[in-house]
Design a binder for this molecule. Structure first.
Ligand code: PMV
Length: 342
């Protein structure tokens, strides 16, 4: 009963920021992302076994405790309930990129965990059920259980049964699209996204306007993706990211995820776009200072050059549109049969 899955983060082009139900993780608005491929990823193994004495989880080879462990066990508990099993669980998860720094490690982590746990328990969930399961631990994770271009429909039902991700287009729809991630700081963020968004919903006056504007922005983004209209996709991505960060600044006390390096990147891309006479890149920032530079493959070198000259850019990850989670062979397991990390 051990299963190993690889999943990747996703980058939201229209962001989720704010819940209408904290327990069920139901969002205030729908969001649109693409799942990343060919670079950053999480591998997670799950073992349910009666030989285990206690529930245990490792993240990046360190034994977890407290809130971190509780969040991983939330998924394991839901799976145990659905599968009517009472065995203890062992979980091992590894990211090949900085954890909790605004590169959506929670999205890839909980998507991989939802897939591996339900598979290890023999549940055979469909993508909608997997998306709902992953959502319970981290909202954005519900989008990473699918590949390509994805919309998380906010849903209307009280129990969240219609709040899950759907694929708008597969990865093959737009293989030229890249997310060049510029790492401006790889440390953990100071305010977790859950606490941050709850505070924004409660105290930002600008937030209500954001929610009013989003349905039309989402419809435009969906259409621009279908048409592979890069100019509109880049413009709307920048608009939505700046709008979300404006509501964070308007939160009391304010939340500042962007740093001076992020600001330098924004200026550099604005200059590049102005000198090219068109948008060759759209920047977007999640809950952290690292920039996601959305551009087409032919422009990656140009975009990278304009940002690499800035002080303090630690690293780049060049991602394409990915196909979603994959099941790995038993020999790739991060856990031994006894439930110890290997
Ligand atoms: O899923 P969470 O709770 O880590 O929240 C993610 C929020 C953003 O990354 C800022 C936006 C998004 O839609 O991914």
């Amino acid at each position: 009963m051990v299963s190993t899955f690889e999943a990747t983060p996703n980058i939201a082009l229209i962001k989720y920021w704010g819940k209408r139900d904290s327990k069920l993780v139901l969002p205030q608005n729908s969001s649109i992302s693409f799942t990343l491929g060919n670079s950053v990823k999480t591998v997670t193994s799950v073992l349910f076994s009666d030989r285990l004495k206690e529930d245990v989880a490792w993240l990046n080879r360190k034994k977890t405790s407290g809130e971190e462990l509780a969040r991983m066990l939330l998924i394991a508990d839901l799976v145990r309930q659905k599968a009517s099993i009472s065995s203890k669980v062992a979980i091992a998860s590894e990211n090949n990129f900085p954890t909790a720094a605004g590169i959506a490690s929670s999205a890839s982590g909980f998507a991989a965990l939802a897939c591996a746990a339900s598979d290890a328990a023999g549940l055979g969930l469909n993508p909608t059920e997997l998306s709902i399961l992953a959502r319970m631990a981290s909202g954005s994770a519900c989008r990473s259980v699918l590949g390509g271009f994805v919309e998380w429909k906010k849903g209307e039902e009280k129990d969240g049964g219609d709040s899950h991700a759907v694929q708008i287009a597969p990865a093959s729809h737009w293989p030229e699209l890249h997310d060049l991630i510029a790492v401006a700081e790889s440390g953990r963020k100071k305010i977790g996204s859950s606490a941050g968004m709850d505070r924004t919903v409660k105290t930002s006056g600008l937030y209500a306007k954001r929610i009013l504007d989003l349905p039309s922005r989402i419809a435009k983004m969906r259409q621009a993706i279908m048409l592979r209209d890069s100019q509109t996709v880049f413009a709307l991505s920048m608009e939505d990211s700046m709008n979300m960060h404006a509501t964070m600044l308007d939160t009391k006390p304010p939340i500042l995820y962007l740093n001076e390096r992020s600001m330098g990147i924004i200026e550099a891309i604005e200059e590049l776009n102005a000198s090219e006479g068109k948008l060759v890149c759209g920047y977007t920032f999640d809950a952290g200072p690292n920039a996601h530079l959305i551009c087409e493959g032919k422009d990656v070198a140009k975009v990278k050059k304009s940002v690499a000259k800035l002080h303090g850019i630690e690293k780049f990850y060049d991602c394409i549109v990915g196909a979603g989670p994959i099941k790995l062979a038993a020999k790739e397991s991060l856990l031994s049969e006894a439930g110890k990390p290997v």
